[in-house]
Design a protein around this ligand. Structure first.
Ligand code: C2E
Ligand code: MN
Ligand code: MN
Length: 403
């Protein structure tokens, strides 16, 4: 099937224009071999390339282009299918936008077009092309530093902080993972993640519970989390715990019991965030809403987890205004490479800014993901890049240092 791929990228400082022409010439030979055509626009600092051809060939060529060290900040804007080639002349045409004046440049680009209809009717590819030519995308295209720019180092004296578990006979434990503000070098919260006594992961632990005990165990386990937090001496630190929405709805006196656990742990409700994942919230909206009011009235904050992974997404915010939202890893992962993910993050940021909702990116594993998200306006992060959860303990944070 004929497929289309569009990306934009930033030329590396030390690449002379002459080299680009040579690069295009040699790329053309390969492209021709694989029946890939298209157009490459250059504006002095950025490339914009549209590749058209058989799906596999386009994908392979893009993978190779991505590895080319002569450009960086490569963002994939579109992958789609089309009935015919928009720029089907043999090979890849290099088009230097600087050689044309502003008013005629788009027309000049379009004069290279070969498709019958796509360049006349509303076409997404053409939309991207126009935006690049008119340079109206600047606001959302960030120049993030190269990956090696940052080193992530733990403080010399930093060690895992552990404590004796409060109740050896309890059938669950907790691992703690910091949520951090890297530029402020501050741990803004700790998240308590449930584990089996041997350290088995949350999902496995919860899936192995008999269904009739699930909600009760989920709720009562929180007392362990609060008691462990006390032993770990978290002080005034914000503590996040996870709950199934139905644990709050179905377990009698759920909020009272949470409050008792908080008090026994020497904590106050105002420092606690209870986090629910978006997917589960949506399936029981009405019952959940009632339980939440009680929780909020007691001073506990509401967090929505895995935001963007469920079905309702932003529409959820018409029903609830959580205090905090965590963007799911599926959107965060490789966000620096993906136009669609970037657009979603921008939309979430705009919504949360308007509603004064705190925003955290979770599952951050790469420095580039973090850098892109900082540039977009997010300042709190959770992920292996900074610290992995530690059973019965709190890990030290790897803070970024500017080399
Ligand atoms: P979550 O609340 O979104 O918690 C974050 C999960 O992502 C944790 O997995 C954590 O280890 C993992 N994670 C953190 N940073 C990274 C990263 O950079 N990369 C990757 N690949 N993963 C990362 P964990 O502990 O297995 O928890 C999975 C889920 O289980 C949690 O997701 C939460 O929804 C649920 N859960 C955890 N504890 C409880 C609990 O006490 N009650 C209930 N109902 N659910 C819980
Ligand atoms: Mn969570
Ligand atoms: Mn999650």
């Amino acid at each position: 099937m004929l497929s289309t791929l569009i990306y934009r990228s930033h030329i590396c400082d030390d690449v002379p224009l002459k080299e680009i022409e040579e690069m295009v010439a040699s790329a053309n030979k390969k492209n021709e071999l694989f029946d890939v055509t298209g157009i490459l626009l250059f504006n002095g600092t950025h490339f914009f390339q549209l590749l058209e051809g058989p799906e596999k060939a386009v994908s392979n060529i893009y993978d190779r282009i991505y590895e080319d060290s002569r450009h960086h900040n490569i963002v994939e804007l579109m992958r789609d299918y089309a009935p015919e080639r928009r720029f089907g002349n043999l090979g890849m045409e290099l088009f230097d936008l600087r050689e044309h004046d502003r008013d005629s440049v788009l027309r000049a680009v379009l004069s290279k077009g070969t498709s019958t209809y796509q360049l006349t009717y509303d076409d997404r590819a053409l939309g991207f092309l126009r935006t690049f030519v008119e340079a109206t995308e600047k606001e959302t295209y960030y120049e993030i530093p190269l990956p090696g720019h940052w080193v992530f180092a733990r403080d010399d004296d930093a060690a895992v902080k552990t404590a004796e578990v409060p109740d050896e006979s309890a059938d669950c434990r907790f691992a703690f993972q910091p949520v951090v503000d890297p530029f402020a070098r501050e741990i803004v919260a700790l998240e308590a993640l449930i584990r089996s006594p041997e350290g088995g992961l949350s999902e496995h632990y919860l899936a192995n519970l008999p269904p009739e005990r699930l909600y009760e165990v989920d709720l009562s386990s929180k007392a362990q989390a609060f008691a462990m937090a006390k032993r770990l001496d978290i002080g005034e630190q914000t503590l996040t715990v996870n709950l199934l929405p139905m644990s709050l709805v179905m377990v009698p006196n759920a909020v009272e019991r949470l409050l008792q656990g908080i008090q026994d742990g020497g904590l106050v409700p105002e420092q606690i965030i209870v986090e629910f994942t978006e997917k589960q919230v949506i399936s029981r909206l009405d019952e959940f809403g009632a339980a939440i009011r009680q929780m909020k009235a007691a001073g506990i904050s509401l967090g929505i987890d895995d935001f963007g992974a469920g079905f309702a997404g932003l529409q959820l915010l018409t029903r609830f205004q959580p205090d905090r939202i965590k963007i799911n890893r599926s959107i965060i992962s490789d966000v620096h490479r993906s136009g669609p993910r970037q657009a979603i993050v921008h939309a979430i940021i705009r919504c949360c800014t308007s509603l004064e909702i705190g925003l955290t990116a979770s599952g951050v594993e790469k420095p580039e993901e973090w850098m892109w998200l900082e540039a977009a306006g997010i300042s709190t992060f959770q992920g292996f890049l900074f610290a992995e959860p530690v059973l019965n303990g709190i890990p030290p944070v790897a803070w970024p240092d500017n080399k």
